[in-house]
Design a protein around this ligand. Structure first.
Ligand code: CU
Length: 366
């Protein structure tokens, strides 16, 4: 399975509201910007990890149709619980027999394979009723073509927070009120969504003009805390001195996940990563639904987390060095940055195994 949304805007669907139906109504929310393509002046390699509109009010008995515009999930947890985790190392499925190009075993053999919980990976199917009694989810977008919308019925009053399990911090709410109470019109919802989108696009334009945060540092992004993200490395080309540590970091508070993965041929390596990054766990899917997991080669750092990283283009036999998954959230087990030193003069290329179109290079001079 691969992630279609190289540029999330490109696959988005444009709709805020369906025509009103007498009796039970259906309101529309877009997971990701409700745009077919970025407007003029907005860089193509950008995304905004938000739901549009971010809060919505409906009558008990109404439904919400979630249009999925990007690589997002819709997860309503059991009332009181937060977002389900995107992945959990599964000790029942340890990584085994994974060797690098030199034939040496990777350090993370024996660690659990990062498995995506079923409620996130496969979800529960569209059209279900949600009261908070049990979790429901859309599942991860899969297959070809735009993802099918995820429709949820709300039979009972209450206030419900839901999450995208892929993008930490991407959440919104549905308020369900009794039939006699006032709720905003679909038109008013659309106006709020449009305003939210205009603000997000303005933030993207600001981020696009930012200079690199610090010397000797490459940032994935920059992104802001509200979900506006640039899917690129800044700077994309850095020159450093041999022996000077370079920090490879996430934007603080970003809702994205990235890796810094060094390879000799980033195009070929990126193609390979795109195929394997999320895939069914071997041996599952024949009797019953598959268990989706992240490829441990990319999810785990290539070297034990405590070891200082140096890179000379020959690491692991073929020039492989990987940060593992990084995010912008200090509460998760994922780090927010790594530091790499280059002992030999040369130009070294890297990519993001999650978004393989993101590439960069570092030149070390003596
Ligand atoms: Cu998301």
């Amino acid at each position: 399975m691969h992630r279609k949304s190289k540029v999330a805007f490109a696959t988005a669907i444009c709709a805020f509201a369906l025509p009103g139906v007498a009796g039970a109504a259906t309101k529309v929310v877009s997971a990701g910007p409700p745009l077919k393509k970025p407007p003029a002046g907005v860089p193509k390699d950008s995304d905004i990890d938000q739901f549009y509109p971010a809060s919505i009010k409906v009558h008990a008995g109404d439904s919400v149709k979630f249009q999925i515009a990007g690589f997002h999930t819709i997860n309503f947890p059991k009332k009181g619980a937060g977002s389900p985790p995107l992945a959990v190392p599964d000790p029942a499925h340890p990584v085994t027999g994974l060797t690098d190009a030199s034939g040496a075993a990777f350090w993370f053999n024996g660690q659990g394979t990062p498995v995506i919980p079923s409620i996130v990976a496969l979800g529960t199917g569209s059209g279900k009723a949600y009261t908070g009694a049990a979790a429901i989810g859309s599942g991860i977008p899969a297959g070809s073509g735009p993802p099918k919308p995820f429709v949820v019925k709300f039979p009972k009053a209450g206030s419900f927070t839901y999450y995208c399990a892929v993008h930490p911090g991407m959440k919104a709410s549905v308020s369900v009120v009794a039939k006699g109470k006032a709720v905003p019109s679909a038109k008013a919802d659309a106006a709020r969504g449009a305003n939210q989108l205009a603000q997000g696009l303005a933030t993207i334009k600001k981020l696009d003009k930012l200079k690199p945060a610090a010397t000797q540092t490459v940032t994935a992004g920059p992104d802001d805390k509200g979900g506006a993200s640039l899917l690129r490395f800044t700077p994309s080309s850095l020159t450093t001195k041999v022996g000077t540590p370079v920090t490879l970091q996430m934007s603080p508070g970003t809702r994205e996940d990235h890796t810094f993965t060094f390879a000799k041929d980033v195009k070929a390596a990126g193609k390979l990563a795109e195929k394997t990054f999320v895939a069914p766990l071997p041996g599952t899917g024949t009797a019953g639904p598959p268990v989706l997991a992240f490829d441990p080669k990319y999810a785990y750092p290539s070297d034990p987390p405590s070891s200082p990283l140096t890179y000379d283009g020959t690491n692991h036999g073929d020039g492989f060095l990987n940060s593992g998954v990084l995010d912008g959230d200090p509460r998760t087990p994922f780090p927010q940055k790594v530091t790499v030193t280059f002992p030999t003069a040369g130009t070294y290329t890297f990519f993001c195994a999650i978004h393989p179109f993101m590439t960069g290079k570092i030149t070390a001079t003596s």
